[in-house]
Design a protein. Structure first.
Lengths: 284, 454, 329
């Protein structure tokens, strides 16, 4: 019996390790290759050396030579800052606007509430690419081309975020609000002083979802932020792909640079994120 | 559209309101005082207004002409060369100021997406870089304007024929370019020597289709391909740029001379024969549809039909390389065309804009760009003053650009036409039935042509 | 878990809150409406509701619904990007061409093929991973993070990376296959394999996201159900079938619908990895729409296809909902 359990345990961990390999090897390969020169990248692919960092002595021009080259080639730092302003702008305003909307749909009775919920969910279906032209014309007429406003404002309201917030607030214990009301708090006061502080998990979840979505945006920043000083990192990445022959070491370095902010954000918010999902995911 | 500004301001007001009560923390419970909220809100919206709207308005000096100029961004040396040229122009012309905007060109559609969006919004610059063959559609739609009035014949004569051919639509000149491009048959000297194959050293000695096929077969071994067609660039403009001369050399065409008729051209026997030749190359296994990035530079392909940039990377890789002219069937033709400049109908200063265009493409500029990019220059005199073009292997490229360069078709339906040809070429490479694929593509282009043949 | 929370009061609140959260509520409980209550009470609530909803509604209206309306209008015109001032109404011409357009048909079936495979596979992989991890494990957080990491890496980055890995001659996967004696595969260059290769990558990239949601759902299944089953001597298979699966029902449906919609919106992967080729076998509907509108400048036709696309997805979503409701009885 104990033996059997041991074997079970062994198979479980073995399969977990294999799965971990499958899910992690591209990431590891990317990180490791970003430290190698072109020759090493291609040579190492024939063996497990592909997943091991090069010995510092084998790397000419410094261990991070690809990063140095990539940052020299284009203003990656600027692009990352732009991307951060863009995504953090959307997240900041998005959290306020969408949480309010989700709260309204979860808490209040008002005419057309169901209708608006339906409309909001229906907008999830539309492929954003199909409305970018009219949207661009609108943003141009507002004078927002090549501004952060033009990048951010159209994407503050987000149907999926509203939906997640609504699901979360449906479960929020009413007693707290009632108590606050008796204490003479206004609705706004209640929302921002009582509900928001107790809803960290869902805010973290939505923040991560918004971050993942918008950190990756390509077409919209491309057309709206055509000026180089406004360029975001995803568009900057294309720069490394556009001139043959492609320097893969630099591509790997650039991809790593584009990935790091996402990893950091997730690492910081992971705990809340898991909690948030626990509350939002359980309902239809 | 002002309405929307107000809507947005109203929205900011709401946000400001919410933010206020958030910011007040636990100090006091504010019971929705309407008057307070409004004043707080409008203050916030004021700053938004000035902060965002004003920056997009250009501050134009009274006597100075300001030109907005869009250039595409590929390599850093190239971009730096453009910037230097523009700085030089600004210094030289006290009454004209050029604002350059560098827009990313990812080799796919990023640059044209930016142009398209700006076009719909009426936000085009005064001068912009466009890809040569796309000129017809811009000219046909009246997006760019002819420059015949501002350019004299003497200036025109300085450019190589193919650049003027590319810049002309319906007998009017629209654009000038600083660089040409070409496709050479690169070869690995060591491998050819080993196999006892004699390369061509001039246009006269150019290989025929049969020679290319036979020699490629001989050069193919277990771990080496005879030929590389750079199919890794994807199914796009490259296939038309590199592949269309096969059709022309065989006496065919992609579309009628006036650019209005595709049936009987794209599916003509001559075109089909050229595509079947491509099919044969692949079927014989002398070329692969998925070559590695550096196949030629690593010696894994003996020959390569590639752009001028292959010379740069082959040199960097340290292989012993040479170049031959583009192979022919009947007539000797070769690929041509590159980015060029055009003046939009938006501009109020076409004369100054043309001045800028001439500056960006004059002999000095074309040499500078050629040195930065490795592309052939666009002026004949530049070839003479650049030493490298007067000796092997570059003399072959010079000869080819001046003698056999053939611009891509001039038709407003070019975006669809080029994809139709690229798809057909790719289908041939994959061993598909060329005829049925081409027929399908013909009907696609015909539908597009209807738009212009009204 | 909550060791970092500063105030003990907060902790108490949250705990209280967690307990309530365990009883899922489907609809908001409306405040009890007493007859004879003043009308102004309802009015005030409606005002407050709209006050909270307004910012989102206005933004969605201006930046989503208005452009949608414009696109809907364009779908009946010959809007061509180069001549934005010369747009004429052409009735149903664009919609008629959709029926003839061989590329649309191919893109439609490609998209259906992608969705029909990705949705169940990704759902099962996500569920499988969640079940594997939802145990007392050493390094549990590590495994969870590992499985989630492709989601964090972003679709664009992942697509570039896999294009390189799939390369037949010098790609990582083929190099690894060759060391075990398997000949190189034309993953992205063969019409038979390209879409499947994209599917594999998409599942790999996305499954971690749904795994997280499943994990959350698993934690919401009350433990006492399993304890009771243990007492009854149920096998682990029986427990899975009778407790776990029903407990995950709602989550699975939620995931099912969201993955379906996302799968139908396939764009980034083929755009970066194959440009829709070889022979159009990986061209998706949204990619075809994007290409028609931006590359071929035919905004009228692209808009018509977008309208049809939206209707198709809407119908599928409604069918899914109806089926789900029916099943519920």
């Amino acid at each position: 019996m104990r033996k059997k359990r041991m074997i079970n345990k062994f198979t479980l961990y073995l399969s977990l390790v294999i799965l971990t390999f499958i899910f992690l090897f591209p990431l590891v390969w990317m990180l490791v290759s970003s430290l190698k020169n072109e020759f090493q990248i291609f040579r190492d692919m024939q063996s497990l050396q592909a997943f091991l960092p090069p010995a510092p002595a084998d790397v000419e021009g410094g261990y991070f030579h690809n990063y140095v080259a990539a940052f020299q080639r284009v203003d990656l730092l600027r692009y990352i800052i732009n991307s951060l302003i863009y995504t953090i702008g959307i997240i900041t305003f998005g959290l306020i606007v969408n949480s309010m909307a989700g709260y309204a749909l979860a808490r209040f009775r008002f005419p057309l509430a169901g209708f608006w919920l339906g409309v909001i969910i229906a907008t999830l279906i539309i492929p954003p690419e199909s409305i970018f032209l009219p949207l661009y014309v609108l943003v141009y007429d507002l004078g927002w081309v090549n501004t952060y406003t033009g990048l951010i404002v159209p994407f503050i309201a987000n149907a999926f975020a509203i939906f997640l917030f609504r699901q979360f607030f449906l479960d929020f214990p009413k007693e707290l609000e009632e108590a606050a009301k008796i204490d003479g708090c206004s609705q706004i006061g209640i929302f921002f002083r009582i509900i928001v502080p107790l809803s960290k998990p869902v805010f973290a979840t939505v923040a991560i979802v918004l971050f993942i979505n918008h950190w990756n945006d390509f077409l919209w920043p491309l057309v709206v932020a055509s000026d180089e000083s406004m360029r975001t990192i995803q568009i900057g990445l294309q720069y490394f792909m556009n001139e043959p022959p492609i320097k893969w070491g630099q591509v790997m370095a650039a991809l790593t640079v584009a990935t790091i902010p996402m990893l950091l954000i997730f690492a910081f918010l992971q705990r809340y994120y898991v909690q948030g999902l626990t509350h939002t995911g359980s309902k239809n | 559209m002002k309405k929307f500004t107000y809507v947005f301001l109203g929205l900011m007001l709401l946000l400001a309101l919410a933010a206020c009560s958030n910011g007040s923390g636990g100090a006091e419970s504010d019971g929705g005082n309407a008057g307070n909220e409004e004043s707080g809100g409008s203050e916030t919206s004021d700053t938004v207004e000035t902060g965002e709207v004003d920056t997009s308005v250009e501050a134009t000096g009274d006597e100075d002409v300001v030109l907005e100029f869009w250039i595409h961004q590929t390599g850093e040396d190239e971009t730096n060369a453009y910037i230097e040229l523009i700085d030089g122009f600004n210094k030289e012309h006290e009454d004209i100021h050029v604002n350059a905007e560098v827009i990313i060109d990812d080799g796919a559609s990023a640059y044209s997406d930016s142009i398209n969006a700006a076009l719909v919004a009426g936000n085009l610059p005064d001068v912009m870089a466009i890809d040569g063959p796309y000129l017809s559609s811009f000219a046909d739609a009246g997006v760019i304007q002819p420059i015949d009035d501002y350019v004299d014949q003497e200036t025109v004569d300085q450019y190589v024929d193919s650049i003027i051919q590319q810049g002309t639509y319906q007998d009017q000149l629209y654009s000038l370019g600083a660089m040409e491009a070409s496709v050479m048959l690169y070869y690995n000297k060591d491998i050819l020597e080993e196999e006892g194959i004699e390369p061509a050293h001039s246009l006269d000695e150019a290989w025929s289709w049969d020679e290319l096929l036979e020699n490629s077969k001989k050069l193919t071994t277990e771990d080496r391909y005879g030929l590389n067609l750079f199919m890794n660039y994807g199914v796009g403009e490259w296939l038309t740029f590199m592949g269309a001369p096969l059709v022309w050399s065989n006496g065919g065409d992609l579309i009628s001379e006036d650019g209005k008729e595709v049936d009987g051209y794209l599916n003509s026997p001559e075109t089909l024969e050229a595509l079947n030749y491509v099919k044969e190359l692949f079927a014989e296994g002398v070329v692969t549809e998925s070559p590695g990035e550096m196949q030629f530079e690593e010696g894994k392909a003996a020959l390569a039909l590639g752009g001028p940039w292959i010379a740069v990377s082959a040199e960097e890789a340290g292989i012993n390389w040479g170049m031959m002219p583009y192979p022919y069937k009947d007539e000797k033709v070769s690929p041509s065309g590159s980015m060029a400049y055009a003046i939009t109908t938006n501009t109020e200063n076409p004369e100054e804009a043309t001045e800028l265009m001439k500056w960006m493409t004059n002999e000095e500029a074309t040499i500078k760009i050629s040195e930065a990019t490795g592309m052939p220059p666009a002026q004949e005199s530049a070839f003479e003053s650049m030493d490298k073009f007067n000796e092997l292997p570059w003399s072959v490229m010079k000869e080819q650009v001046i003698e056999t360069a053939h611009a891509r078709p001039s038709t407003p339906a070019y975006p669809v036409l080029t994809d139709a040809f690229a798809q057909s070429f790719h289908a041939a490479a994959l061993g598909e039935d060329v005829e049925s694929v081409v027929e399908q593509q013909v009907s696609r282009v015909e539908r597009e042509l209807k738009r212009f043949n009204k | 878990m909550k060791g970092n929370d500063s105030s003990a009061e907060k902790l108490e609140n949250e705990r209280h809150f967690h307990q309530t959260a365990k009883q899922p509520q489907l609809k908001p409980t409306p405040p009890p409406r007493k007859k004879g209550k003043l009308k102004s009470q309802a009015f005030r609530e409606a005002m407050t509701g709209y006050f909270f909803l307004a910012p989102a509604l206005v933004l969605l209206g201006v930046f989503l619904l208005y452009p949608m309306g414009a696109a809907f209008y364009y779908s009946f015109t010959d809007f061509y990007i180069l001549t934005p001032d010369d747009v004429s109404f052409i009735g149903l011409e664009n919609f008629k061409y959709i029926v003839e357009d061989a590329q649309f048909r191919q893109a439609f079936w490609n998209t259906v093929y992608f969705s029909v495979i990705v949705v169940p596979v990704q759902l099962s992989v996500a569920l499988g991973l969640a079940l594997l991890i939802n145990k007392k494990l050493r390094f549990r957080v590590f495994f969870r993070t590992a499985f989630f990491s492709p989601v964090v890496m972003s679709l664009v980055v992942v697509s570039i990376l896999w294009t390189f890995m799939y390369n037949p001659n010098e790609g990582l996967i083929n190099q690894l296959l060759q060391t075990v004696g398997i000949p190189p595969q034309p993953f992205l260059t063969s019409p038979d394999q390209a879409m499947n290769s994209i599917i594999v990558m998409s599942v790999w990239q996305g499954a971690g996201f749904q795994m997280m949601i499943f994990l959350a759902g698993l934690q919401n299944i009350p433990n006492h159900l399993y304890e009771a089953a243990d007492i009854d001597g149920a096998s682990s298979w029986q427990k899975f079938w009778h407790i776990t699966l029903p407990g995950l029902r709602n989550i699975a449906l939620f995931i099912f619908i969201t993955i379906s919609i996302a799968a139908f919106k396939l764009l980034v992967q083929p755009m970066i990895m194959t440009q829709g080729g070889p022979l159009g076998t990986t061209k998706s509907l949204v990619y075809h729409i994007y290409e028609t509108g931006f590359n071929y400048r035919d905004v009228g036709y692209a808009s018509a296809m977008a309208v049809v696309f939206t209707v198709i997805v809407l119908v599928i979503t409604i069918i899914q909902r109806v089926l789900i409701k029916e099943e519920r009885g």
